[in-house]
Design a protein. Structure first.
Length: 134
């Protein structure tokens, strides 16, 4: 995980700030709200992503395909929006859930662009076109 963070930060300044803004609140809220289905699923999918992405990086350094590790969020985001409107867990939970939905949606949009670039162009790594990033 630390190698992946270091490698990404070397080619994409600011990515470590985005990674922290994305993952830390999702993990902390997931632990705090693990007694809810929403909290448990956000925690599980975030941990799954944090396990899969470094493994992908080890096999294909800086590959834009790492965005596929957030694939479960495509199904989770609409479910979270529905559950948020259907259940009342309190203000703190609702604020965290809105943040989680917004952060995951932004991340998935970035991932869609990255995966499209991998398939449609020669820009297959975060290091740039034609570079391996290794």
């Amino acid at each position: 995980f630390l190698r992946m963070r270091r490698d990404l930060a070397a080619v994409r300044p600011g990515i470590d700030i985005w990674g922290a803004a994305l993952n830390i609140p999702l993990l902390i809220g997931g632990v705090v709200f693990a007694y809810t289905i929403e909290g448990a699923l956000i925690l599980a999918t975030t941990l799954l992503s944090l396990v899969i992405a470094p493994r992908m990086h080890r096999h294909r350094p800086l590959s834009r395909l790492m965005g596929l590790c957030h694939l479960p969020w495509l199904a989770l985001i609409p479910a979270l929006v529905y559950w948020m409107s259907a259940h009342d867990h309190g203000v703190v939970f609702d604020v965290w859930l809105v943040y989680a939905i917004a952060a995951m949606t932004i991340s998935v949009l970035f991932d869609i662009v990255d995966v499209w670039r991998w398939f449609a162009t020669d820009n297959r790594t975060y290091a740039g076109p034609g570079r391996t990033g290794a």
